[in-house]
Design a binder for this molecule. Structure first.
Ligand code: ASP
Ligand code: MG
Length: 423
């Protein structure tokens, strides 16, 4: 007997029919002789709608209340799925994140799980019931307030529960047949990746691939929990996220590039005309960090004529206003000349463990962009990734030409997007 944790995303639960279809899948798993624990997201675009509603009553809703509101979405799903399962003759019990023992820190809107004490979930399993857990939410250890784990956080709930219950695997059900070599909404010739390592999946998720929540992959890697990402609309095999396969001694090469990810959620700030003296960059980035903003790429260039430096960096678009205000406040102290914000940018990333041992990957990447007339504004790399910032208007075509240039196109098998808006 295996224990499977299954997570169903919002597009799989878009309406009553979706809920019934998911209930059937859960019951089928049970009938096949497995123990199953289910984690659900909010139906369809409920979370976005609740968020829009909040902004209509307050431009800056308090984090505690926003979390209370948003977690309602998952509560709706969990109760409906439990009812639909009961209607199929099986017992199901729904649990909020708090009831399921998901304990977090107090950072509303982006809480981290610090402990999982799933006593009630194990109890339900022992009683022969199917536990249905509301994803994306927990309860803070200190204040006992309801928290959320950040957008897309239900994936993390699923993997954290799977680890705490010592499940055999975690299945993440979504609206595509797995993790693709690029977003099939942009590149219809993208192919499903049958198997991907935790480290590559981490880079993909960090670079904007929305199919899995970044922290869920961190968790899975930490606990060695295998994840199977697959569609709830088909029975096809999806993508396995696991430890890397043993390299064959026969010299069977792994592909150089595993996938192309893109991100539209960032913006750039340029601090121009900084006097070239020790400590200026430290002061600038200390200021941005104090606004609790994570920056990503950084480029500095110094003019030989003026002796002054320009620093550009990327950050989450949503943090732009806070960063600009904070930097403006230190303008006189540092003595820089100007400050500019640009949110019309996009980031494309090329990911693959094979690039460690292959020279020329950057050259091929930049050539593909150049041939398409796409200008590169910033570059950054890791051992297994190359990212470039381009104009937002060029992003789709950058993804398309790069995917083709690295031989990832597969014209024979058109990727299917079963639902969802990709929002
Ligand atoms: N419902 C939440 C969201 O839309 C959490 C999730 O779907 O994973 O972000
Ligand atoms: Mg998701």
């Amino acid at each position: 007997m295996t224990l499977v944790v299954q997570k169903y995303g919002g597009s799989s639960l878009a309406d009553a029919d979706g809920v019934k279809r998911v209930a059937q899948r859960i019951v089928a798993t049970r009938k096949a002789g497995h123990d199953v624990v289910v984690v659900v997201s909010a139906m369809g675009d409920t979370t976005d709608e609740l968020h829009d509603l909040a902004l209509q009553v307050s431009p800056l809703p308090p984090g505690r209340e926003l979390d209370m509101l948003l977690t309602a979405g998952e509560r709706i799903s969990m109760a409906l799925v439990a009812m639909a399962i009961a209607n199929l003759g099986f017992e199901a019990r729904s649990f909020t994140g708090s009831q399921a023992g998901v304990i977090t820190d107090s950072a509303h809107g982006k809480a981290r799980i610090i402990d999982v004490t799933p006593g009630r979930i194990s109890g339900a399993l022992t009683d022969g019931a199917i536990p249905i857990v509301a994803g994306f939410q927990g309860v803070s250890q200190v204040g006992k307030d309801i928290t959320t784990l950040g957008r897309g956080g239900s994936d993390t709930t699923a993997v954290a529960l799977a680890a705490a219950l010592s499940a055999d695997l975690c299945e993440i059900y979504t609206d595509v047949d797995g993790v693709f070599t690029a977003d099939p909404r942009i590149v219809p010739a993208a192919r499903r990746i049958p198997k991907i390592s935790y480290e590559e999946m981490l880079e993909m998720a960090a670079c904007g691939a929305k199919v899995l929540h970044l922290r869920c992959v961190e968790y899975a890697r930490h606990y060695g929990m295998p994840i199977h990402v697959r569609s709830s609309f088909s029975n096809r095999e999806g993508t396995w996220v696991t430890l890397p396969a043993e390299q064959k001694e026969s010299g069977m090469d792994q592909p150089i590039i595993t996938g192309v990810a893109h991100d539209r959620s960032e913006a750039t700030i340029t601090v121009a005309g900084i006097p070239d003296k020790v400590g200026a960059a430290a002061r600038i980035f200390r200021t941005v960090a104090a606004a609790n903003l994570n920056i990503d790429m950084i480029v500095q260039s110094t003019s030989r004529v003026t002796g002054r430096a320009d620093i550009s960096f990327t950050l989450p678009r949503a943090g732009g206003a806070a960063a600009m205000t904070a930097l403006h406040d230190i303008r006189d102290e540092i003595g820089f000349e100007s400050l500019a914000f640009d949110d019309r940018i996009g980031k494309i990333s090329l990911i693959g463990a094979g690039m460690r041992s292959h020279p020329g990957v950057s050259a091929d990447f930049f050539s593909a962009l150049a041939d398409a007339g796409i200008n590169i504004r910033m570059i950054s790399t890791s051992e297994i990734r190359i990212s470039a910032v381009v104009d937002a208007a060029d992003l789709d075509s950058a993804v398309t030409v790069t995917h083709r240039a690295f031989g990832l196109d597969d014209e024979s098998a058109k990727a299917v997007v079963y639902g969802g808006t990709g929002r």
